[in-house]
Design a protein around this ligand. Structure first.
Ligand code: NDP
Length: 335
């Protein structure tokens, strides 16, 4: 039987409640032992509502508990780095939410700390766990649509009222770029298999977010091989359907309804033979991510997105933010 994995949740968050608790519970030989909240009252309510056997406001209660093998960090973004460093020092494997950190230097410290402590660091970029994206990636890699020319990503939606906290009022940890565009970046890196060399962006603010926090964005990027990529993202657009379009010399691949948390997405290919739908067998994105992470903890394979993936996505996201703020084209450097 596989080794038991004891989990603690660091952060009484919405994403833990909605997706991750279930994704941990469906894994073989895994259980959630504790949840950390900065508020005793919120932690107690969260634990009661989600069947978590204990709650605490003291991270050391988790870090000194030998039964805890792994932590899932889903606190607000500014806490990810320090909590990961503390967990690594205590020998705990870390699945951290995105953005992995707020600075590239912090992301590097997190990677180094986990490497030194010989624990696994995963970053929860869930879209690469979508079966439609995984199939699209295989078709692209086989060269089926010829030489890639351009890509467009559509990821506009309307942010539900319940999520209007730090996302819309924190200029450092909040905003669309580190919340949502960073997922588009990770998905593009996963699908194309490289990093952009240059980025340019313009943002909107004030329709829903305030204090200069962006709530809409258009990004243009250049990838190696002279591939042009465009992203439209927004918190402010109801009735939109997320998607991707890949334009090659011999055909076009279109992914529809594939930029959400759901196990959804339809894939179409258009070429000289006409248009056909390519069947996709879907699986739960978070179940897939937790399975890959659990295997990595048990010594097999890697998390779906590693710390290095999280760092690269962050570096590109920060270059996009710099471009939007300065009006300049930014050359991307991934240390
Ligand atoms: P939440 O706002 O639900 O939770 C973040 C923190 O906010 C919690 O740790 C909690 O602090 C605090 N908090 C929660 N409710 C309240 C409240 N009523 N009053 C005051 N504070 C509160 O965030 P999300 O779940 O939306 O996001 C958490 C992290 O997960 C972020 O890093 C985000 O980027 C990421 N995320 C990832 C997704 C993915 O699919 N990969 C999807 C959504 C988010 P405390 O723990 O101290 O109680």
């Amino acid at each position: 039987m596989s080794k038991h994995i004891g989990w603690a949740l660091i952060g009484a968050s919405n994403v833990a409640r909605q997706w991750i608790i279930d994704a941990i519970q469906v894994q073989a030989n895994s259980s959630i032992l504790n949840v950390l909240s900065s508020s005793d009252e919120r932690g107690a309510k969260f634990a009661a509502e989600n069947g978590t056997p204990a709650h605490t406001t003291d991270i050391n209660a988790i870090l000194t508990d030998d039964r805890v093998d792994a932590v899932y960090i889903s606190t607000a973004n500014q806490f990810h780095c320090e909590q990961t460093l503390a967990a690594a020092r205590a020998g705990k494997n870390v699945l951290c939410e995105k953005p992995v950190a707020l600075t590239v230097a912090d992301a590097r410290r997190m990677i180094a700390a986990c490497r030194d402590a010989r624990v696994v660091l995963g970053v929860n970029h869930h879209l690469r766990c979508n079966a439609m994206h995984q199939k699209l990636r295989r078709i692209l890699a086989e060269g089926t649509i010829g030489r890639l020319n351009a890509v467009r990503v559509f990821h506009a939606n309307f942010l539900p009222q319940a999520l209007h906290g730090w996302r819309v009022n924190d200029p450092d940890g909040g905003g669309l770029i580190l919340d949502s565009t960073i997922h588009d970046i990770d998905t593009l890196r996963f699908l194309i298999g490289s990093n952009p060399t240059h980025v340019m962006a313009m943002t909107q603010s004030g329709r829903l977010a305030h204090d200069g926090v962006e709530d809409g964005i258009m990004v243009i990027m250049r990838f190696p091989g002279d591939v042009l990529v465009q992203i439209h993202g927004a918190y402010t657009v109801p009735f939109s359907e997320g998607g991707v379009e890949f334009y090659g010399s011999d055909g076009v691949l279109v992914g529809r309804d594939c930029m959400s948390q759901r196990a959804a997405g339809r894939l179409f290919m258009r070429n000289a033979d006409g248009e056909k739908e390519i069947p996709v067998e879907h699986h739960n994105l978070y179940h897939y991510a937790l399975a890959a992470f659990s295997n990595a903890v048990r010594g097999t394979g890697q998390p779906a997105a590693t710390g290095e993936d999280g760092l690269a996505a962050l570096a590109i996201a920060l270059a996009i933010r710099e471009s939007a703020r300065t009006g300049r084209q930014i050359e991307v450097e991934i240390p």
